[in-house]
Design a binder for this molecule. Structure first.
Ligand SMILES: [Zn+2]
Length: 112
């Protein structure tokens, strides 16, 4: 959509892509209300705006997700924009998708 000012108005849309969940977990930063945690070692209190690697396990972050982007989170568009503005270098994935897949995988490992 072209605005009267001549600029394009941008929107966020989720892209469905096949992925290696284990590879994501090893390099994923999960953003909470203020700080983030490392999905690889579960270290808490990471400054997601600046951290390139985990201060505890040293993994480099390639992916980022937010706990506040579910269907019931009213301001999820604002949350996505805030994170993407701060970390354009990371691929943002949907936390609910991630939890669903890792939950299924754990159930399979458990019952396997
Ligand atoms: Zn870590």
């Amino acid at each position: 959509m072209l605005l009267a000012s001549g600029q394009f108005m941008s929107f966020y849309i989720r892209i469905w892509q096949s992925c290696d969940v284990g590879g994501i977990t090893r390099h994923l930063l999960v953003v909470g209300d203020v700080t983030a945690d490392c999905a690889n070692c579960r270290e808490l209190g990471i400054d997601y705006a600046n951290a390139k690697t985990c201060p505890k396990c040293g993994t480099n972050f390639n992916f980022i997700a937010s706990r506040n982007t579910g269907k019931l989170d009213k301001n999820r568009g604002g949350t996505v924009k805030r994170i993407k503005d701060r970390r354009p270098d990371l691929t943002m994935i949907d936390y609910e998708d991630y939890k669903e897949i890792t939950g299924k995988q754990q159930a399979r490992d458990f019952f396997g």
